[in-house]
Ligand binder design. Structure first.
Ligand SMILES: Nc1ncnc2c1ncn2[C@@H]1O[C@H](COP(=O)(O)OP(=O)(O)OP(=O)(O)O)[C@@H](O)[C@H]1O
Ligand SMILES: [Mg+2]
Length: 313
């Protein structure tokens, strides 16, 4: 396996106004080349800090990171030539229009004019920005501005792309256009390190994922591996006149609008589903989603904040 990013024992402590924050407490990660790797975790977990270190914008307090075999601390120049970054907070150059933003970015990276023009045209169509090509970046809506940043980076020929929440604030259609663009980048044998709070997105795009919590890697693996690593990997949604007490023997129960949600092991999940069907209650059984896993591992107990669970039976 070719490695795009190899991090060992990476720590980072921020010091400001006499206060110390340990943002990374020892991160080991191996990101294979030619695939999308997802970093997920709660706000403040350390994802952006890791991306800034691996993309040579921030020095680690200790540990090492190599990108495509080049040391990010000792040899940042070699790394910078081969990567492109969408930072979490980005302010594109406001006096340019959308076309210029993308085209000049590619030129600045050393791409010949003809190639830069061809790629700019293609990415503007791909991300539905073509009709806005002459619009000043400062006149774009927030989501369109974000798309323009995504366009710049995806049109580049960088081998490793660091995308820190590229789809935050995008409408559902635009989000899927970005997914397609990321998938195309992977077909071109590039590597994407992605952070996102949309766990359906993390699951749809990533070959592997790391769940970061408190500056450490809590879990790492393929989405399926991660989903199977919780004690109760199935979710059963039951509607109808069933009490919490009746459901408790089957697993972990949460009351949701119109019914109950039970997280259970496979056997119990099947049994409960059969029983509910026999009684004529609407029921559905499915593997736990990545979001379920996330909530079970790093969230509050299920049910405390589960507003989306309605009408899924
Ligand atoms: N410049 C800074 N100075 C001091 N503390 C910082 C700085 N940047 C980040 N931190 C702290 O480091 C920790 C990790 O932050 P980081 O931005 O890496 O988290 P994140 O996982 O990207 O979160 P989010 O999902 O909200 O983007 C947090 O506790 C944050 O407050
Ligand atoms: Mg962040």
């Amino acid at each position: 396996m070719e490695e795009a990013i190899r991090a060992r024992g990476v720590t980072r402590t921020y010091r400001s106004k006499g206060r110390e924050t340990v943002a990374l407490a020892g991160i080991d990660l191996t990101v294979p080349a030619g695939a999308t790797y997802g970093l997920i975790g709660r706000n403040g977990a350390g994802k952006t800090t890791f991306i800034r270190i691996a993309s040579t914008q921030l020095l680690p307090t200790s540990g090492s990171v190599a990108v495509l075999g080049h040391d990010a601390v000792a040899d940042p120049r070699s790394v910078r030539n081969r990567i492109a970054v969408i930072p979490q907070e980005s302010r594109p150059l406001y006096f340019l229009n959308v076309y210029e933003l993308v085209y000049l970015y590619l030129k600045l990276r050393g791409m010949p004019g003809t190639e830069a023009r061809r790629r700019t045209e293609a990415v503007l169509v791909e991300l539905s920005l073509d009709s806005r090509r002459k619009t000043l970046v400062s006149h774009l809506s927030g989501g369109m501005r974000r798309r323009a940043m995504v366009a710049m980076v995806l049109a580049s020929d960088a081998e490793v792309l660091f995308l820190d929440e590229p789809t935050t604030g995008l409408d559902p259609v635009a989000r899927r256009e970005v997914w397609s663009a990321i998938e195309r980048a992977i077909r071109d044998r590039r590597t994407v390190l992605l952070t996102t709070h949309y766990l359906d997105e993390a699951e749809a795009l990533s070959s592997r994922l790391a769940l970061i919590e408190g500056g450490r890697v809590l879990l790492e693996g393929t989405p399926a591996e991660i989903r199977s690593r919780i004690p109760r990997p199935f979710r059963v949604s039951v509607q109808g006149r069933v009490t919490r007490e009746e459901l408790l023997p089957y697993g972990e129960v949460a009351e949701v609008r119109g019914g109950h949600l039970v997280f259970a092991r496979e056997e119990e999940a099947r049994e409960l589903t059969r029983l509910a069907l026999a009684k004529g209650f609407p029921v559905s059984m499915a593997p736990a989603s990545l979001e379920d896993v996330f909530l079970q591992l790093v969230g509050r107990p299920i049910g405390e904040d589960d507003p989306e669970e309605e009408g899924t039976a």
